[in-house]
Structure formats: structure tokens, C-alpha cells
Write a protein that binds this ligand. Structure first.
Ligand SMILES: [Zn+2]
Ligand SMILES: [Zn+2]
Length: 444
């Protein structure tokens, strides 16, 4: 069954290095009580222990990595040690009892690019870390990358080396059953090094069963007697079988009971992107087979896209009118090009992408140190003028991205804001599609 709650909590929203108001990249997708972590910059485990964070570290079931840059992976060894009690060691020559304890424990499943397996093996190996809960790394390899076949760390299990399809996508490498009603695919996105974007797709749920359509057939003497012979004591138990197996059931009198229809709204879709200046390859992944209009069922409920740099001439003194860089005036276009040279995006690039992908909501993360969070505890020492300016910068960043998402138009009167600049510990709930009218997306 797909989860009831899908929400995204941002643990780190800074680009490159931490600041007093933002930590480096990490976010957590909550699927009911299960947690899937996306990227783990340094200090991710400390963020999870903050009072503002209501996520229990022990619930981390899967970890996905977008790319191997330090600000996205340096927190991974520590997080893994803590969730798997990897501290402590034994004297040379002694057998570590934790190796034996971990046999039979299901491993933490980790997915990411080439190099991730060796990175973890080296960090955990050199620090003598033995985990009582083992781990496994499944590498999403590009067609030209070799498979990593080195010796395993004692706490490591042999992972899969997953190759892309002929068109370059890693489709459903976590299947819907394995993922508890959520399948995961990945695609290549443009950055300074190889980088991945992830798409989470919820399986459509079945519409509520209408017992009155089924009960008379199930309770008819002929059918009930035949079911009893088959060992089905309570004929009404067929109702739950129809919902879970979704296979039709033929009764003794020839009546065929069909499972209830699937919800025509489809399942929720969440796209989480690593650092990028061009993520357009993800659009084809978001488009279900046979869907031409993205707004009809193919839409993405939430896109998380970076917006490292922005053009804010009235708010950023270094971009004030008359300022130059390399002898040329600073313009929105020059900021966009410079961001691109460093593998990054502006709010408008993110908004344009979100429009192409058919996003309902867009959250911007990986923000430059120039854009602190005025509401973070670390901003308390700053003057109110500074905090007002930071708030204005973030609102302008959101406005620029939203203008691009809406195709150059302003938001209509009374329409909900569709773009947010992320802050650490912000939680965005993705409303169930069949409950959208009643239960609005919630941002904290
Ligand atoms: Zn980064
Ligand atoms: Zn990067």
C-alpha cells in the first residue's frame, strides 16, 4: 500500500559550505514512519538531533546520493556509524563481536554514483568502524563507467551495479513493492561532475471498495458453499483479497468479481535534483508513456531544484547598478552564465525547468552564503536591517522563480504561492492527490 504521508524535510540548504544559518545539503523524505535521506553533507546527523527536527534517525531506511561533491557526502560516514552503532573498536587480533551480530540484519540500502562504494569503504575502513547494522551500496553507473569489484568492508554487503537503459535512465531501480508503494528512477543532470536527479513515483491507490456490489454474490448459497469447500470460511474476506491482490475472482456461479478501479488522479510524484545548471533530461523521465500533456496526470507534485546564485541588483551591493565584473556590467544574463560555468542555476533557470516538468510546487535549495535565513537561530546576532534584507532577498528569489514557472505571468489573485526558498528544518507535505481539495499542501 502506498504511504498516507509523503513529506520532505530540509536538513541543509547551503551551497558548498555551511553558514551560521544553513547547513550543507541534505533532505529527508518521510514516507509515513520510514525515512529516505537524499544527500548527507557534513553535520547531517547533528541536524537530525536538533530540537527543530522531529525525525528519528533510527528510521532511516534508504540513502540516495546525487553526486560525489564534498558538500553532499561528507556527512555520510558519520550518519551511517550513528544509525548503525559503529563507534568503538577492539584490540588488534581480536574478533569484533559486532560483525557476528550484524549477520542476518537487513542492511541500510544506499544508492548513488560511481565512487560512492569506495568512498564509504575507505572512510569506514581507515577509521576502524564496524557497524552492527550492515550497509550495501548500489551504484548507478553510466555506460562507460567500470564496475567496482574491490574487497568488501566487513560491514558491507555486495551491492548491485545498475546500468542505465538504452536511453540513459535508471528506471525503477527501486521497484514499487520493494519501496513500499514508491518506485524510484534516476536520470543524468548537468553539473561540473556526473550528477543524478531522482524521481519518486507513488503507485496509484485503489478507489474505496463498495461492499454492497459484492456481498450479495459472495453470500449466495452456491458461492458461499463453494468458497467453504476451498477453505474460505468467511466469504467477505474475498473483499480484502480483491483490494490487495487486484486479481479478479470467479465465483462458483460464474460471476466475476473485479477489484475496485485505480484512482484516476494517479500517485504522487516528487523530483529531487542534485546540483545542476541543466536538468532538462529529467523531463522525459517525468512524462509517463503515452502522456503528451504533462498537466494531465503526468505532473510532478513537488520539484526540489537548486538556485545557487541570483541577480538581485537592488538588494545585493556587489551587483548594484554600475558594478562590473571582469570589465563588463553585471546583468541577469551574466549572473546566469557565471552560475552555469560553475555548474549551477539561478532561480529563473529552476523556474523554467519546473514549468517544463509540469511542477505544481517548486522548492529552491543549495543557496549561496549570500542568502542567509533570517529566521534561523544563527541569525539572532544580526541586526534587524540585515535580517529584513535577507528576507527581501529570499522573497525576490522566490518571485523570479515563480515568474518563470508561470511562464512570465504573475500569480492570480488568491492563488497559493508555488515556489519557496528552502530553510533548514522546513517541512513540505505533499498532499494525497485524491485529497487535494480538502487538504492543502502544508509548509512549516
Ligand atoms: Zn553542492
Ligand atoms: Zn556539486
Amino acid at each position: 500500500m502506498p504511504p498516507d504521508i509523503i513529506s520532505v524535510t530540509f536538513l541543509g540548504t547551503a551551497a558548498g559550505r555551511p553558514s551560521t544559518t544553513r547547513n550543507v545539503s541534505s533532505l529527508v523524505v518521510k514516507l509515513d514512519s520510514k525515512l529516505w535521506v537524499f544527500d548527507a553533507g557534513e553535520g547531517t546527523q547533528h541536524q537530525m538531533m536538533q530540537p527543530d527536527c522531529r525525525l528519528a534517525m533510527g528510521r532511516v531506511a534508504r540513502i540516495f546520493v546525487t553526486h560525489m561533491h564534498a558538500d553532499h557526502v561528507n556527512g555520510l560516514p558519520g550518519l551511517l556509524c550513528t544509525i548503525s552503532t559503529g563507534e568503538g573498536s577492539v584490540l588488534p587480533g581480536q574478533e569484533d563481536p559486532r560483525i557476528g551480530d550484524s549477520l542476518g540484519t537487513p542492511p541500510t540500502e544506499i544508492y548513488g554514483p560511481s565512487g560512492l562504494r569506495l568512498f564509504l569503504r575507505t572512510c569506514l575502513g581507515l577509521t576502524q568502524s564496524i557497524l552492527s547494522r550492515p550497509y550495501v551500496v548500489h551504484e548507478l553507473l553510466f555506460a562507460d563507467e567500470p564496475e567496482e569489484v574491490g574487497e568488501l568492508h566487513p560491514s558491507e554487503r555486495r551491492g548491485r551495479s545498475i546500468r542505465p537503459d538504452g536511453d540513459g535512465y535508471w528506471r525503477d531501480f527501486v521497484g514499487e513493492e520493494e519501496g513500499g508503494g514508491i518506485s524510484v528512477s534516476a536520470g543524468p543532470i548537468q553539473h561540473t561532475i556526473r550528477c543524478l536527479g531522482y524521481l519518486l513515483t507513488e503507485s496509484p491507490r485503489s478507489l474505496p471498495i463498495q461492499p454492497k456490489l459484492y456481498i450479495p454474490h459472495l453470500k449466495s448459497p452456491t458461492n458461499a458453499a463453494a468458497l467453504a469447500v476451498e477453505g474460505v470460511k468467511n466469504p467477505l474476506s474475498i473483499l480484502s483479497r480483491l483490494q490487495t491482490s487486484r486479481e479478479p475472482v470467479t465465483l462458483a456461479d460464474g460471476t466475476v468479481l473485479r477489484p475496485p478501479e485505480l484512482d484516476p488522479h494517479g500517485g504522487r510524484r516528487v523530483m529531487i535534483l542534485g546540483d545542476t545548471f541543466d536538468a532538462r533530461a529529467m523531463v522525459a523521465l517525468a512524462r509517463p508513456p503515452g502522456t503528451s500533456d504533462l498537466r494531465e496526470g503526468g505532473e510532478v507534485d513537488l520539484v526540489v531544484h537548486e538556485a545557487t546564485n541570483a541577480y538581485l541588483p537592488t538588494l545585493d551591493d556587489s551587483q548594484a547598478p554600475g558594478k562590473q565584473r571582469d570589465g563588463a556590467p553585471i546583468t541577469e544574463e551574466s549572473v546566469r552564465l557565471l552560475a552555469r560555468e560553475h555548474g549551477h542555476s539561478t532561480p529563473r533557470v529552476a523556474g523554467e525547468f519546473a514549468r517544463l516538468a509540469g511542477a505544481r510546487q517548486l522548492v529552491l535549495n543549495h543557496l549561496s552564503v549570500k542568502y542567509p535565513d533570517p529566521e534561523a537561530p544563527g541569525a539572532r546576532g544580526a541586526s534587524s536591517e540585515s535580517r529584513d534584507k535577507w528576507g527581501a532577498m529570499l522573497r525576490e528569489i522566490e518571485r523570479q522563480a515563480e515568474e518563470a514557472l508561470l511562464g512570465g505571468e504573475a500569480r492570480g489573485e488568491g492563488e497559493e504561492q508555488r515556489v519557496r526558498a528552502a530553510r533548514d528544518f522546513m517541512e513540505v507535505e505533499v498532499a494525497r492527490r485524491d485529497k487535494r481539495g480538502g487538504k492543502k499542501a502544508r509548509v512549516q
